[in-house]
Design a protein around this ligand. Structure first.
Ligand SMILES: Cc1cc2nc3c(=O)[nH]c(=O)nc-3n(C[C@H](O)[C@H](O)[C@H](O)COP(=O)(O)OP(=O)(O)OC[C@H]3O[C@@H](n4cnc5c(N)ncnc54)[C@H](O)[C@@H]3O)c2cc1C
Length: 265
């Protein structure tokens, strides 16, 4: 899927935009346009299309250099989708348009190997529909920084990376799954286009007033890291106990050494 973002000066172009956010979703043809009134002066527009060619080499994330060509092309396209004239006008008069290819990275089982560690989108690039991607990346950074603070010695690097991955994989995988679910909801027609549209309005309305899904809580990195360290101590002592009961105390020491060596590799 390609998303195009346009930015327009509504004041100069005399475009009247009442809503802060407008979502125009065509579930049958799987296409969507959103408008955002950023201030009295500026607005943004997002146009989502399937089946368009990927942005040309070097154009991804960068504004189009041939602005008149793309503003006319996209405005004509959404005019065919029968959007309100002011929405078409926002696209036509945009002074900057940037294309984004949207990818959904497969869920990874670990975010590190040896001394290489993945953070943010490189670890869990997710669909943008739930608005969780950036926050997830900041959480990665917070957790890694907290672990490095607690284990500053280079020889503990393997512990830092192992705990980082153990803490972040389940959380970020959960966010990716929520994002996939939200993306599906945008175009779902399980109850007919109107039925699903009503449900989505209900869902977003409930979310805005804190019903149905809890509003995301602050991700408290120091507490989360402290808990993971405690949990690991408990896990290790339980493993020790099991080995001791099954194979005797002598084996515990060599098993712990093997285990440490394995992680360090
Ligand atoms: C359309 C869209 C809407 C989104 N909406 C939201 C939202 O509402 N809320 C939210 O929380 N998240 C949102 N996200 C997700 C958020 O933007 C990302 O999760 C976040 O930007 C990831 O940060 P990052 O540092 O991992 O990667 P990026 O922000 O992608 O940064 C990577 C940088 O590396 C540069 N780069 C790439 N290759 C090279 C190279 N070879 N050499 C040098 N530089 C290179 C890129 O140009 C880029 O600047 C959205 C994403 C998209 C695409």
């Amino acid at each position: 899927m390609i998303l195009h973002y346009g930015v327009v000066d509504i004041h100069v172009n005399n475009i009247k935009l009442d809503q802060t956010c407008g979502f125009f979703i065509d579930r049958i043809n799987k296409r969507m346009v959103c408008t955002f009134k950023v201030s009295e002066k500026f607005a943004a527009i997002q146009v989502g299309t399937f089946g368009e060619p990927d942005p040309e080499e070097g154009e991804g994330y960068c504004p189009y250099s041939d602005l008149p060509k793309h503003s006319a092309r996209l405005a004509d396209l959404i005019a065919q989708w029968q959007l309100p004239p002011h929405v078409v006008e926002i696209m036509r008069k945009s002074f900057r348009i940037s294309p984004f290819s949207v990818y959904d990275l497969p869920d990874l089982e670990t975010y590190y190997k040896g001394r290489v560690v993945l953070l943010e989108d490189s670890a869990h690039g997710m669909l943008p529909n739930a608005g969780l991607g950036l926050g997830a990346g900041l959480e990665d950074v917070g957790v890694l920084a907290e672990l490095m603070k607690r284990f500053p010695d280079y020889k503990d690097l393997s512990t830092v990376l192992r705990l980082y991955s153990a803490i972040r994989v389940p959380t970020a995988t959960g966010y990716s799954q929520i994002s996939r679910m939200s993306a599906e909801q945008y175009y779902a027609t399980t109850f007919g286009a109107t039925g699903n549209h009503f449900l989505m309005r209900l869902f977003i309305g409930s979310m805005n007033i804190g019903l149905y899904v809890p509003i995301k809580e602050v991700y408290d990195c120091p507490t989360i890291v402290a808990r993971a360290i405690e949990q690991e101590k408990v896990d290790q002592s339980q493993i020790k106990q099991i080995i001791e009961i099954r194979f005797g105390a002598d084996l515990v020491e060599s098993a712990v050494i093997d285990f440490k060596e394995e992680w360090q590799n």
